[in-house]
Design a protein around this ligand. Structure first.
Ligand SMILES: Cc1cc2nc3c(=O)[nH]c(=O)nc-3n(C[C@H](O)[C@H](O)[C@H](O)COP(=O)(O)OP(=O)(O)OC[C@H]3O[C@@H](n4cnc5c(N)ncnc54)[C@H](O)[C@@H]3O)c2cc1C
Ligand SMILES: NC(=O)c1ccc[n+]([C@@H]2O[C@H](COP(=O)([O-])OP(=O)(O)OC[C@H]3O[C@@H](n4cnc5c(N)ncnc54)[C@H](O)[C@@H]3O)[C@@H](O)[C@H]2O)c1
Length: 459
């Protein structure tokens, strides 16, 4: 049996913790069955956003007529787009290896528990007083042979298809569908309900749907009834919720229907570690599982499934382990963005959630068009929606749709981080006429509505 100070299973974001522990002089075993770096740089956030960069540029050119510019795209080098993206992915593992000093021993293989504190990898048994499970998630199994998940395009090894059908209405489906459509591959999205991005605030997701569907061919309330794969094509029978049948042919079929826990492959039946109903590992507020000294962080907990959440958790665990941190991590808020067209960014409660919780709230929805910079974009839909506590001025939720929403929301996040009071957003000085200034009228409207509320609720 090999003894270590620390074992980490999964070299995604937890690679940073392994590197830090190694620098502190601890003997670390880092177990990874795939490429170092994990999902985000190899088959997640980073390559998908590299693709979105192409889509955004193309959409801008295609929409140039709004600025009285007649333009035509002569050629999109799709081969080159995938070649460059694949090349980026190829560089990740090697770059990660450079992070570690000689104290970090990398085991390339699948780690499995054979007892509470013993992990087996490549027929070697390892033990340590502290073990971190950071094994992330994998795409839900695709139901047809030859169909893809997002893992099949990062990197893309198959032939680039001339047509693609994408199933799902969440983050991955709406980001990738926009990309494939923008670069000129014939694209259809299949959605079983009547909604896209159903976890977003309803007002925002309905604006998104209206704008998105101006470009994208989406079949709503549609399921796949049957699939045949012949001559390198999928022959798909579609069934609408009203029973209508439609035949559809596509060279590629990609499922973006969610991700599942990797805990089923960890041999946890040999331990006292417990799973929740969705198959994710249970933990306490200090990330500790039922086994003392065994922790779970990042997507493996199934809580947030976002890179910034995983990074923050792993950083906090590092403080608990190496800096005597005694406080648990409590996220005050958890923002996210959908990098599609249009772009959405969101933090906190949606209006439907506020209703469900039966809390006292007010909302304001303000367009961005008082901002000259927003006006110059010549798009009418951008909006800021606030969900507010009318008694305390607290921002309970903020939802943006429009150009660079993911960047724009950071000024709201800063306020929420330091002292959550919408009045700061109203009082701060904005550079005129930067796009960020588009949030000022929203803050002014929100504060005015709260003051009205306070007046009308005075005894
Ligand atoms: C297409 C896509 C786009 C995304 N875009 C964004 C985005 O824009 N913004 C955002 O915030 N998030 C995004 N995400 C989510 C983000 O990638 C994850 O939240 C993040 O990677 C989680 O990090 P992690 O370290 O917890 O897990 P992972 O990065 O998944 O790392 C887990 C590692 O554990 C390894 N592993 C699993 N089981 C074992 C085992 N038994 N033995 C050895 N190794 C094992 C895996 O191979 C993997 O390398 C995206 C995800 C996808 C799929
Ligand atoms: N910008 C970002 O931050 C970003 C981008 C991509 C992925 N991610 C992360 O990755 C995770 C996974 O993304 P995702 O898009 O796969 O999951 P998701 O949960 O966002 O969406 C899954 C979609 O698939 C649909 N679906 C599920 N089963 C189906 C079926 N059998 N038939 C038809 N539709 C079905 C659901 O209704 C939903 O619309 C997300 O939870 C997110 O945390 C984040």
């Amino acid at each position: 049996m090999k003894e270590f100070d620390l074992i980490i299973i999964g070299a995604g974001r937890a690679s940073n913790l392994a590197a830090k522990a190694g620098k502190l002089g601890l003997k670390v075993a880092l177990i990874e069955k795939s490429s170092l770096g994990g999902t985000c740089p190899n088959r997640g956030c980073v390559p998908s956003k590299l693709l979105i960069g192409y889509a955004n540029k193309i959409r801008e050119i295609k929409e140039s007529k709004t600025h009285f510019i007649k333009s035509k795209i002569e050629h999109i080098d799709i081969e080159k787009i995938f070649k460059e993206t694949n090349k980026y992915i190829d560089s990740i593992d090697e770059n990660y290896q450079k992070k570690f000093n000689e104290n970090v021993i990398i085991f390339r293989g699948e780690g499995k528990f054979i007892a509470n504190k013993i992990v087996e990898v490549n027929n070697e048994k390892l033990t340590a007083p502290t073990i971190i499970i950071a094994t992330g998630t994998r795409p839900a199994k695709v139901p047809y042979e030859k169909a893809w998940s997002s893992d099949n395009i990062f990197p893309l090894k198959d032939k680039i298809p001339n047509s693609i059908t994408i199933v799902g209405a969440g983050f991955i489906a709406c980001e990738l569908t926009n990309f494939f459509d923008a670069i000129g591959i014939k694209t259809k999205q299949l959605v079983r309900s009547n909604t896209l991005l159903s976890n977003e605030d309803e007002e925002i997701s309905s604006i998104f749907k209206e704008e998105y569907c101006k470009n994208i061919d989406v079949e709503f309330e549609t399921n796949i009834k049957e699939v045949k794969y012949q001559n390198e094509k999928f022959y798909i029978t579609l069934e609408k919720n009203d029973g209508t049948i439609k035949e559809h042919i596509s060279e590629a079929l990609l499922y973006a229907t969610g991700r599942v826990s990797n805990a089923d492959k960890l041999g946890l039946e040999n331990t006292d570690i417990e799973l929740n109903k969705k198959g994710f590992i249970k933990r306490d507020e200090f990330f500790q599982t039922k086994v003392k000294g065994v922790y779970v962080v990042g997507d493996a907990s199934g809580e947030h499934m976002l890179q910034h959440a995983a990074a923050y958790e792993i950083n906090h665990l590092s403080k608990i382990l190496f800096e005597n941190e005694k406080e648990p991590l409590k996220f005050k808020y958890m923002p996210h963005a959908v990098f599609s067209f249009p772009e959405i960014a969101s933090v906190g409660l949606t209006e439907q959630k506020a209703k469900e919780l039966n809390i006292n709230y007010i909302t304001t929805t303000t367009n961005w068009l008082a901002s000259a910079k927003a006006l110059s974009l010549k798009i009418k839909y951008p909006r800021t929606k606030f969900i507010l506590n009318p008694k305390t001025y607290e921002i309970l939720g903020c939802h943006l749709i429009g150009f660079e929403s993911a960047t724009m929301i950071h000024q709201v996040l800063a306020i929420m981080h330091i002292n959550n009071d919408i009045r700061h957003l109203k009082e701060m000085l904005y550079i005129h006429p930067a796009l960020s200034e588009a949030l000022l009228p929203a803050a002014v409207e929100a504060v005015a509505k709260i003051q009205e509320y306070k007046k009308s609720h005075k005894k």
